[in-house]
Design a protein around this ligand. Sequence first.
Ligand code: TYD
Ligand code: MG
Length: 453
Amino acid sequence: MKNAKTVFFCQECGYRSPKWLGRCPACGSWNRFVEEEVGGRESAESAGERGYGSDPVPIDAIDAADADRFKTGIGEFDRVLGGGLVAGATILIGGDPGIGKSTLLMQVLHRIADAGLKTLYISGEESSRQIKIRGDRIEALSSNLVVLVEVSLDAIIKRIDELKPAVVVVDSIQTMYSDVFTSAPGSVTQVREASEKLIVLAKKTGVPLFLIGHVTKDGSIAGPRVLEHMVDTVLYFEGDSGHDFRIIRAVKNRFGPTNEIGVFEMGEKGLAEVENPSALFLSERPGGAAGSVVTASMEGTRPVLVEVQSLVSETNFGIPRRTTIGVEHNRVSLLAAVLDRVCGFNLSGFDIFVNVAGGVRLGEPAVDLAVVSSLASSFLKRPVDSGTLVFGEVGLTGEVRGVGQVHARVREAGRMGFSRCVTPESAAESAALIDGVTVVGVSTIGELIERLF
Ligand code: TYD
Ligand code: MG
C-alpha cells in the first residue's frame, strides 16, 4: 500500500477533494468525506478490457431496427421505459427502502422468464432464502428465473458470461465490490467501478441491465452523480408510506419520453398494475368540502385526475406559513400573491397549506387554476361543486392562459363522471361540449371565482 494515491470523496454526491473537509462544498452535507484509494491495482491488460473493442462504422450501415425493443409484459412498466426494453440498455432504479424495488424487478424478471427467456437476479442484499420467500409470495417461481447471491464484481461478470441471460438485475449497485479497490462497498470508487464494468458488459453483449440504487436522505440516488449520467435510463420509484400505491417515474430516458408514469398498487401478492389511476387518486375525495378541487394533469400521454386540497387559516404567530406537498412551494406563494392582489383576498395574515391528495407530485402549470380555486374555496369556506373540474395556467396579472391537450383532459373528466370543466377561454372555444361535459371558459381568475362560487 506504499504510495497508494488516496483522495477524499463526499459519499453523498461524489465530490472529490485532496484533503478531508467537514462540509461538502458541492452538496452541503456534513461529515461525509471518506478517504478512498484511487488508481487501483489494475494491471495493464484488464484496463484494455474496459473498451468496447468495436470498429468504426458508417452511420447508414448501422442496424438499429426497433425490433430490438421487447416488452416486459407489465404494461405500466413498459410505458415508463418508453415502450419496452432496448437491447444493451442500462436502467437505474432508485427509491426509498421498502418501497418495492426488489419486488417490482422480481416480477419483471418472472414475466420475462415465463415467456421462455432466461433471466438473472443478482442480489447482494438478501439471502437466497429471503428471495425465495418473496418469490413464493408474488408467485414468481420459474426455472428460467435464476438467482445469484453475490457481491464480487469479477464473479458476477463471469457468471453473466456463462449463463447468457436475456435480462440481468443487480440488487443493489451499492453492495457490489471490486478487488481492484480497497475502499468499502457503497463508496464512491466502488459504485463507479462496478457500474462502469457492468454497463460496458451490457453494451457489449446487448443484455438489458437493471441496477437498483439506494437513495440518500434527500431522495436522490446514493453514490456519485456520474452514475446517473452513465446509465441510459433513470427511474424513481415513489410512494407514500401511508398508501399502497406506487408511482414509477422516468427522470432520464435515452430511449423514450421522460414524463410518463406507471402506477402500481402494493398488495398481498406483490405489485398490481393500476389501469385507472384517476379512480384511485379520487377514491377518498371528501364530497362537498371547502378547499378540495379536482384537476386534470397530463402525465406523459395520459391525463390523470387528482385532487388538490388547501387549508387557509388565520396565522397565530407573526409570519404566515406556506407549506406545500405535491406542488412547488414557490408556485403556490406566487398564486397566493396573485389572488391577494387581483381578487383582494387578504392572504398575508393567513397560513396556507396545500396538499395533493394521495402523495402525487404535480409539475404542470395547468394545475395552477386548481390551486387558485382551492385556495379561494378554503378562504371563502365555500366548497366547489363536486362535479366540476378545473385546469389552466395562471399568469402574474391574474390572466388564465391556455394549456395543451384540452380534449384529452375533458374526455377523462367525462369518463370519471364530471359534468363541468372550467378551462382557459381559448380551450372553451375549441371544446364547448365534449362527451356530455360542459366546458366553461374563463379569462381571468376574477371570472373563475364568479363561476365557481
Ligand atoms: P421490497 O421489494 O423488498 O422493497 P425494496 O427492495 O424497495 O427495499 O418490498 C418490501 C415491502 O413491500 C415490504 O414492506 C413488504 C411489502 N410487500 C407487500 O406488501 N406485498 C408483497 O407481496 C411483497 C413481496 C412485499
Ligand atoms: Mg430490496
